[in-house]
Design a binder for this molecule. Structure first.
Ligand code: CAA
Length: 286
């Protein structure tokens, strides 16, 4: 497998999504440079990659030798300067516009002129992020789904400023990595989250109003609607903080009350119960 017209790709931020994206790229045969803010975060990112590929070996999906090759394709660094010769950089830092704009300003400074800069944002405006660089035509959105190594969809976001060739190259990369790209305009929630999160929010309201229990709602949607996970299991996977951010962004744009975050969701986030990543959300993950 090759990465279309890209051969060296940087990933900024190695949390759940960034590490998953780095794994997908390295599995596809690309050279990857993974960047984190400091040594501790970098080690955590390396840990995500080691455990995810380790699980694949345990399940007999990957040989230990292939796993080594994948991990050897990833260089880890805390220095943005190490992105200088990347053809593409994918940013996957937390969903704060000021932070993403700072990262893009820095990418603009260190990356070669022809490099494409992509954001994995799920809720912020790609256009506003692009505007923090001197090369907005080279900035696109590339939205992976959680867990990135498993989920096939990649939303490729074009802004009014994007060069169609940069958009097409990123979509080709997604296909080359075995993903299914869809190309869409820069609207809050893009396509999948815009449709999915109204449902997740409504499930939370149903629970809050005593309409049904958590387990019965999850069972209804897995057994009755054939979904791989019920809404509460899925929100715990996504992270309740991310769910809240996505809903707030869609609500801010649409003012549609279906996207006004359910008070219970706010309460859980305020309490630090963020789902799997903190060990407890709608469920206790032990
Ligand atoms: N990382 C890497 N691989 C993983 C993984 C992870 N976090 N979780 C599961 N897998 C792999 C497993 O190793 C397994 O691989 P093999 O078949 O090759 O052995 C495969 O996925 C299936 O896993 P399991 O058998 O353990 O569990 P499952 O059959 O229940 O599948 C699931 C797990 C793929 C997560 C499935 O439940 C699912 O599709 N859930 C819905 C996920 C979803 O909707 N994601 C989108 C969320 S929205 C979003 O991400 C957008 C946003 O902006 C917030």
């Amino acid at each position: 497998m090759t990465g279309g017209s890209f051969s060296k790709v940087g990933v900024v931020g190695l949390g759940t999504m960034g590490a998953g994206i780095a794994e997908v790229l390295a599995r596809g045969g690309l050279s990857v440079v993974g960047i984190e803010v400091g040594p501790e975060a970098l080690e955590r990112g390396r840990g995500h990659l080691e455990s995810s590929t380790g699980r694949a070996v345990k399940r007999g999906r990957l040989t230990e030798e292939a796993r080594r090759e994948i991990l050897d394709r990833i260089a880890f660094s805390t220095q943005f300067a190490d992105l200088a010769d990347c053809d593409l950089v994918i940013e996957a830092v937390p969903e704060r516009l000021d932070l993403k704009r700072r990262v893009f300003a820095e990418l603009d400074r260190v990356c070669k002129q022809e490099a494409v800069l992509a954001t994995n944002t799920s809720s912020l405006s790609v256009t506003e992020i692009a505007a923090s660089t001197a090369r907005p035509a080279q900035v696109v959105g590339v939205h992976f789904f959680n867990p990135a190594p498993v989920m096939k969809l990649v939303e490729v976001i074009r802004t009014v400023l994007s060069d169609p060739e940069a958009v097409a190259r990123v979509a080709e990369l997604a296909s080359a990595l075995g993903k299914t790209p869809v190309t869409i305009g820069d609207r809050a929630g893009f396509v999948a989250n815009r449709l999915l999160f109204g449902y997740l929010n409504q499930a939370t309201s149903m629970l809050e109003n005593g309409h049904a229990t958590r387990d019965d709602i999850d069972t209804a949607m897995t057994v009755g609607a054939g979904l791989p996970m019920g809404p509460f299991t899925l929100m715990d996977l996504i992270g309740l903080d991310t769910c809240l951010e996505v809903l707030e962004a869609i609500h801010a744009e649409t003012r549609d009350r279906r996207h006004a975050p359910a008070p219970l969701l706010r309460e859980l986030v305020a309490a630090g119960l963020l789902g799997r990543k903190t060990g407890r959300g709608f469920y206790d993950h032990g």
